[in-house]
Each structure stands twice: as C-alpha cells, then as structure tokens.
Design a protein around this ligand. Sequence first.
Ligand SMILES: [Zn+2]
Length: 193
Amino acid sequence: MATMTALHERGLLAHELIRRKMRTPIVHLHTQMPLADIREWHREIHGRSPSSGLLPSMSTLLPNRGSQIHVSLFAAIYRRLGGDRVLQEIDIHALVEAWDLFDGLTAHVDRKRPADLTDAWVIARDLRAKSAQMHRCGKCFSPYLVADDCKLPPSCPMCHAIRQSGSGKSFRADASIETPLIGLSGATMLRGT
Ligand SMILES: [Zn+2]
C-alpha cells in the first residue's frame, strides 16, 4: 500500500509541476512518472501538446541588470526556503514554493524572467552546479546572483539601479537599517522599472 501512496503522491506532484509550466522531461526527472502520462496530463491542463526544444540558459534569463534583480529575488527566496542543501541537490518542493512566492511578489511585472517553473528550475540547476552563485553586497547587503553564463558584470544590481536613478544619497542614510529579506527591498524597487 505504501507503494500506491508514493505513486499517488508522485502523480500529484507531476500535476503541480505541469500546472506551473515545467517542461515534460524535467517533470519526469523529478517524479519518475511515465513520459506518456505526463504529456497526456499536459494536454488536459493546458489544452495543447507540451513544447519541445532547448531549455532556456542563464544568459537568456539574464539579458540586463533589471532581469538580474528578478533572478536574484527568485534565487534568494529559493535559497532561503531550501537552505544549504539546494547547493547539493535541487529541492523540488522548495522550488515550487519559491516560484509561487516570487510569482505573487512580481504579479505586476508584465514580462519577467523567471517566467515559469522551467526558468526557475534552470536557476536552481545552475546554483547546484555552482555555475551560478549567490553573493552579498558589501554596500547595501542585498543578496544577488552572479552566473558564469552571462555577460553581466559580477556586481550588485541593486546598487547599479540606485546609481542609475541618482538616489544614492538618500539610500546611504537607509543602508544601516537591516533588511532581512531581499523580497521587500527588491519588490519595491522593481515597481519603478
Ligand atoms: Zn548593493
């Protein structure tokens, strides 16, 4: 009976992943459900066949500084929920939870990356592979993501945005206030971009 329960739970997880637009092979990887079943569920949920083709890369997720703030926000939430273990293996439950939280915080953003659970998974995969790392800014203390596979300079996107907006002076006065979660400062700043 334990096997039936485990199978049922993996089926439920597969549905949750498909609903959040995770690509079929990745759903299979994390649930071990048959690919034919996953494709069929995808058609039932989304009304069309699952897309094939290449997975997005970190360079497509990080075309500019604005996108680095979004990706960093997602990565910080995922790291916070999953803990240090996510540097060793992908925590699929923390990934879903982080995606839902990020998606809610950025609901007002029209075209954002990560755009779905597939994009989010690519970030989680590269954090585990160490080809992307989280850093903490020595100036504003925000966590931010730096990836090997992108053209952005490996510096803080928050400080960059603040320099661009010319509001560095007023920000300096606030820098002593502790910011426990990037989501608050990050989400507020994103509203203007
Ligand atoms: Zn900074």
